[in-house]
Design a protein around this ligand. Structure first.
Ligand code: ATP
Ligand code: MG
Length: 445
């Protein structure tokens, strides 16, 4: 992409309404624009990051065996009356009437709709286990929308649902999600910690929230430092091996890690040596929940078991805050100058800065580099404006591409361009060919 053909409405001033750094930077870098309270338009740069996050989520969901589908945003109130949640949900639910005066709603979540879909076609124990998921917009009329996309009213969520014949099967689905989530967040360069969450009337140990540690987080968290040092890496996982998946879950849920909702100070002190005790703030980016027959029972979602008797399905639901992740990633990756994207989610792979637009040699070198990178399947962002170098550098630093190639007549005389890491600030001089080769190697293209 060339700057002069793109739509990148960067702001010079720091918007006064933004209280936290990710919100400020998303507005300044022209990633989003507020349409109305808690509702945002995703401008081109923000949309690219959102799509890259979605892509990682899709890949990891499907690697674990979940099947994608797409449910609508608008639902009929009837299903919610069946489950009993229509009256319980409260003011967060946006209730709408259609022209026939029928009660509709903008879905805040989809347990009812997916249960209805599944019960309509699953009839036998052979139709389970299944995991279905989608990535779709949700609406929750939050009392206090704030922090930009972190607590919006309209937001993008990955929500998945598992169906099993019995509790043991459902717990395996739950465990698979925990491990898949750890991998998903690791791929984004985030250390997300599963923390024991409230299960409410369902009871049991099978609800975890995933939080990343950040000073601006809304939750207070207490954890054993040991959990932060765990890493899944790229080890192969046999998703059908219940014991192996359970062992990973045990490893991650062994160390103490809780939010203030479930925190027990005495247990914390007893379980964690003083030097490893941390009390921090965190951002919730995911939530997994086993809830048994809470919806399948009132909605009559049963299949016939191997013995021919009807069995009520055991279910779980699993959410990832896809749009919140854009903000959370910036909270975890920025400096004074702007965003520092991890390579796995960056909107463009590298920036090209032409120090002297209009200089035939510099222009030609930039064009060649642009074409070489594009041909290799990378997306460069070429600042081809007739602007001073300082302004171009400031914009590149603000939008946070992990790598910048600086091309100017002086370097070209010696046959070199400069390759700079956004994260470390370190630069090296290379031939344009070597710079392209290095970027290809970094991104494995
Ligand atoms: P919170 O406690 O932050 O209000 P929640 O527990 O109500 O969230 P869930 O129902 O667990 O949210 O939704 C799954 C995920 O969707 C959350 O982990 C979070 O990442 C994301 N999410 C929830 N509410 C919002 C929101 N208002 N704006 C952006 N993302 C959200
Ligand atoms: Mg939650």
């Amino acid at each position: 992409m060339r700057y002069t053909r793109y739509f990148l409405p960067v702001l010079k001033e720091t918007p006064a309404e933004a209280q936290i750094v990710s919100h400020r930077l998303m507005l300044r870098a022209g990633m989003v624009r507020q349409a109305t309270s808690g509702i945002y338009s995703w401008l081109p740069l923000g949309l690219k990051v959102l799509r890259r996050i979605e892509q990682i989520v899709h890949e990891e969901q499907q690697a674990m065996g979940a099947v994608p589908l797409l449910m609508p945003t608008i639902q009929s109130a009837d299903l919610w009356r069946e489950s009993g949640r229509y009256d319980d949900y409260g003011q967060e639910m946006l209730r709408i009437k259609d022209r026939h005066d029928r009660d509709m709603l903008y879905g805040p979540t989809n347990e009812e709709l997916i249960t209805d879909i599944f019960r309509a076609s699953a009839s036998s124990y052979r139709d389970v286990p299944r995991i279905l998921y989608h990535i779709q917009w949700k609406f929750r009329d939050e009392m206090r929308p704030r922090f930009g996309v972190m607590r919006g009213r309209e937001f993008l969520m990955k929500d998945g649902y598992s169906f099993d014949i019995d509790k043991a099967g459902a717990i395996h689905a739950y465990n698979k999600h925990m491990v898949a989530y750890i991998r998903t967040f690791e791929r984004m360069g985030l250390k997300a910690v599963p923390m024991k969450a409230d299960t409410g009337p369902i009871g049991g140990d099978h609800s975890h929230e995933f939080l990343i540690l950040a000073d601006t987080g809304e939750s207070e968290v207490f954890l054993d430092r040991a959990v932060v040092d765990l890493s899944l890496g790229d080890r192969r996982i046999d998703w059908d091996d219940r014991a192996a998946v359970q062992a990973l879950v045990d490893q991650w849920t062994g160390p103490y890690a809780r939010t203030d909702e479930t925190h027990d100070p005495a247990a914390f002190e007893a379980a964690v040596p003083e030097g490893r005790r941390e009390s921090r703030r965190g951002i919730e980016i995911g939530h997994i929940f086993y809830f048994g027959t809470k919806y399948s029972e009132p909605m009559g979602a049963t299949v016939s078991g191997p013995d021919g008797k009807p069995a009520t399905l055991h279910m779980g639901s699993y959410g990832i805050g896809v749009s919140r992740l854009v903000g959370a990633l910036i909270e975890a990756n920025h400096d004074e100058q702007g965003v520092i994207w991890p390579e796995s989610v960056t909107p463009f792979h590298a920036g090209i800065v032409n120090l002297k637009q209009g200089d035939p040699e510099a222009d030609a070198a930039c064009e060649t580099l642009y074409e070489t990178l594009t041909a290799a399947g990378l997306e460069p962002f070429y600042d081809d404006r007739d602007e001073r170098a300082g302004a171009k550098f400031a914009t590149m630093d603000l939008i946070g591409l992990p790598w910048r190639v600086t091309v100017g007549p002086r370097g070209l005389k010696n046959g070199v361009v400069e390759l700079t890491s956004r994260r470390t600030g370190e630069s090296e001089e290379l031939s344009p060919e070597a710079a392209a080769a290095k970027l290809r190697a970094i991104y494995g293209r």
